[in-house]
Structure formats: C-alpha cells, structure tokens
Write a protein that binds this ligand. Structure first.
Ligand code: GUN
Length: 281
C-alpha cells in the first residue's frame, strides 16, 4: 500500500511564516512580542533546544531575552527571576527549559509563571482550561500534532485514537486535544495489559513511549495514521523514533518520519503561542 509521509518540516515552516506575518502586522501597530527563555545548567540537549527557540524568535521577528543560569542557581533565585518577568509588561512569554537540576522543584517553578505568559502550556491553570474547553495555552508538542493532522487533511472526529504515554507534557494533553476534536480516545501506558490488542484498534496512533523503534508493524492496523513523538540516537549516531519506520510505514496510510515529523512542530507551536500571548495581556 502507498502511504503519505507527513512533512513536519514543511508544515512547521508554514506555521512560522504565518507567525512572522502576524508579528509584522503587530509591529505596524507598535506592538512588539518578547519571549524570555530561561535555562538552568548546561544540559547539551537543552542548550540545542534553547538555541533553536531563540533562532525561531529571530525568524519570526520577536525579541528573545536569554537567561543562562548556572547549575548552582537556587530555587529562590529562579523564582525571583520568574516573578520579575511576570511583572514586566514588556515580556509576553516565559519559558523555563526542562528538566531542571534536582534541587529545584519543577512543579513550583511552573506554578510561579503567570498563566497569561505560560507559552509552554504547563501551568495547572492552562491544563485545567484545556480540560474543560476554555481558552488558554496548549502544550506545544500535542498542539503541533493536531496541526500536522489537520494540515494533512486527516479527519479526527469519530476516529479511534490511541495515545501511548501519559506524560503531562505530551500524553495527557494529547488525549484531551483529540477528545476536543471529537475523537474516541484511549490512553495506554506501562501498565496496559495487552498493548498490541489496543493499538491494533487505532485509526490514529500517537506514540510517545520513549523507547527506540518499540512499535513494529504488528502493533498497527492496516491503513492507520501513525504519529511518532520519540527521538533517539542509535548506535551509529543516526536519529530514530519510538516507531520502527521500516516495518510500520507500509501498513499505514500516513506516518511521520524522525527526524522531520513531530520535532519541528514543537517550536512552531511555541511561536504560535507567543503570538497568541499578545491577546492575553
Ligand atoms: N523539555 C523538553 N521539552 C520541553 C518543552 O516543550 N518545553 C520546555 N520548557 N522544556 C522542555
């Protein structure tokens, strides 16, 4: 069977271009958009993400304020910085790159960000709003997956949607968003008894397990749409996802590759959230 490869890179560029145009329009009205990005410590993966986020701001014509704090930063110092940025009318969005060093309470940090500036969509108020269908910021990776599906003309309403993974950042908000789009949603996790039996029912299968090439062809129904959220480096330093692309792709009607699928969408949706933040001030 022939299948569509969902081009996350092209779709993310389209979204960033739409954001850039909106930023230009705001600038003409005298409104600038500023994202504050905070990194604590020097985790190499986090440094790459942070650099890419700042680059995306530049592309879209937004300002970015960069706070690169040492690993030894105390929780109180970080909270003080967040409170200062909350009070600064020039700052529209605040992003604290995760994970944080172990001596800092991540939940407390997230709760300290003003929900009006919570462009990551991690604040309990943002998650609660999503849960009951009120406006608020939505976590970027699951929001990006909905955009991938919509812009690839894949219908969600009435479909059997199976999400593997129940993290606060991806799995849970993903399930809520699919539900909002009128999908029939099942969430699987490490304690699911017969994973294969559940995933084989999926018309749309979202995979966020965190194990390289875990999902093989025998987990997938003929003609399903498969979205791979994983990103890993294999033995020869090549990138791969949670899905074994070679054995799965020919069974699907559409699938995201790694790299170039879900990955680029996260930053595009962050830019989208930053543009939206203007309306919330
Ligand atoms: N760490 C991994 N993904 C993310 C993300 O989307 N936002 C933040 N702030 N940290 C992350």
């Amino acid at each position: 069977m022939s299948y569509q490869i969902i081009d996350g890179k092209a779709i993310s560029e389209q979204i960033k271009e739409e954001c850039r145009k909106k930023v230009v329009a705001y600038k003409e009205k005298g409104i600038e958009i500023t994202l504050a990005v905070i990194q604590v410590g020097a985790d190499p993966a986090s440094s790459v993400y942070v650099r890419n986020k700042k680059r995306a701001c530049e592309f879209c014509g937004m300002n970015s304020l960069s706070y690169e704090l040492p690993e030894e930063t105390t929780q109180e110092e970080l909270l003080t910085l967040i409170r200062k940025l909350n009070a600064d009318d020039k700052v529209n969005g605040i992003l604290v790159q995760l994970p944080l060093p172990k001596h800092i309470d991540e939940d407390l940090v997230i709760q300290t960000i003003d929900p009006k500036k919570d462009v990551d969509g991690f604040h309990p108020q943002s998650v609660g709003a999503l849960c009951i269908g009120q406006p608020g910021f939505v976590s970027c990776t699951p929001a990006g997956i909905i955009e991938l599906l919509k812009r690839s003309n894949i219908e969600i309403a009435g479909k059997e949607c199976v999400v593997i993974g129940r993290s606060n950042i991806v799995g849970k908000p993903m399930a809520l968003l699919l539900l909002r789009e009128n999908g029939t949603v099942t969430v699987c996790h490490s304690r699911t008894k017969d994973l294969k039996e559940v995933t084989k029912r999926a018309d749309i299968l979202i995979v966020a397990i965190g194990k390289p090439k875990f999902i093989t062809g025998d987990y997938v129904k003929e003609g399903a749409v498969v979205i791979d959220v994983g990103i890993h480096r294999n033995e020869d330093n090549k990138l791969c996802g949670d899905v074994d692309f070679e054995s799965v792709a020919q069974k699907t009607s559409a699938i995201t590759p790694v790299p170039g699928g879900v990955g680029p969408m996260t930053i595009a949706m962050l830019m989208h959230n930053c543009v939206e933040s203007v309306e919330l001030i």
